[in-house]
Design a protein around this ligand. Structure first.
Ligand code: IPE
Ligand code: IPE
Ligand code: MG
Length: 251
């Protein structure tokens, strides 16, 4: 098997070249919107609004760098424990984002995917999300995966339940319960393996995000608050990734 040609950050941006590999799949825990706003004496929603701008810039940069898949954690299954007013603000921002950016994203060749139980959102939001997925389904330049009402433990529990049902019906033998069988039942089953997981805002935890998928991902924690994370921050993160030595248990 021949190794695929390696590309560096600059080469990828220029559309040419050789150097360290850039990641195929990057995921980001976009954290720190509230603190960004609080530090400025602003309401938390101002931080979320700025956070959406950051997300838009990062999607653009990821595309320019040739990252195949960008997965953004936008709403966790635990975020329901926030005040109803903040949840309503977040839903309104989601509505506005889809209405405002869908055509541009579609024009950029981006395929939008969602992981998580977004069907639990209000009907009009579910319809908007479904329309975004359908509108961009045939795009191939890059994939933007948005994690909405996502929780990794529930995802693994659901996969386990499916496997149990398959064993019960006789479709699957106990001996065929492999890592691949579990992987195939996760919402990320058709995406490339996760290479790099970034969390902003200084917190050093995964908060129920991609626990299975992160088994051999490189982890990068930065103190930068999400609204301040932009093109340069992503380029720096990718640069750091290219310097890492991924050993997968080998030497
Ligand atoms: C991340 O920012 C956005 C969501 C979780 C929706 P936070 O809202 O968690 O910001 P902090 O952590 O309170 O600063
Ligand atoms: C994780 O951030 C979820 C998202 C970024 C969507 P949180 O702010 O909800 O995480 P905790 O509560 O600090 O673990
Ligand atoms: Mg937070």
């Amino acid at each position: 098997m021949t190794a695929k040609p390696a590309r560096s950050v600059d080469d990828a941006a220029a559309g040419t070249g050789s150097g360290g590999d850039i990641p195929r799949h990057v995921a980001i825990i976009m954290d720190g919107n509230g603190r960004w706003a609080q530090r400025r004496g602003l309401p938390r929603i101002a931080g979320h609004r700025k956070g959406i701008e950051a997300a838009r810039a990062v999607v653009k940069t990821a595309g320019a760098l040739g990252i195949e898949v960008l997965t953004l954690y936008a709403f966790s299954s635990e975020n329901w424990s926030r005040p109803a007013s903040e949840i309503a603000d977040l839903m309104n921002l989601l509505r506005r984002f889809i209405r405002k950016e869908l055509e541009a994203l579609a024009g950029e060749g981006i395929r939008i995917r969602v992981i998580g139980n977004y069907q639990a959102f209000e009907n009009d939001v579910v319809e908007l999300i479904d329309s975004a997925i359908a509108r961009t389904a045939n795009n191939r330049k890059a994939t933007l995966v948005v994690a909405l009402n996502y929780g990794s433990q529930s995802e693994i529990t659901d996969a386990t339940r499916q496997i149990a049902a398959d064993v019960q019906s006789g479709a699957l033998a106990v001996g065929d319960i492999t890592n691949e069988a579990i992987d195939a039942r996760l919402s990320t089953h058709d995406l490339p393996p996760l290479d790099l997981l970034i969390r902003t805002s200084g917190e050093k935890r995964l908060s129920n995000f991609l626990l299975w998928q992160a088994a051999y991902a490189e982890l990068l924690f930065t103190d930068t608050l999400w609204p301040d994370f932009g093109e340069d921050s992503l380029r720096q993160a990718i640069e750091e990734f290219t310097q890492r030595d991924r050993r997968y248990g080998g030497l």
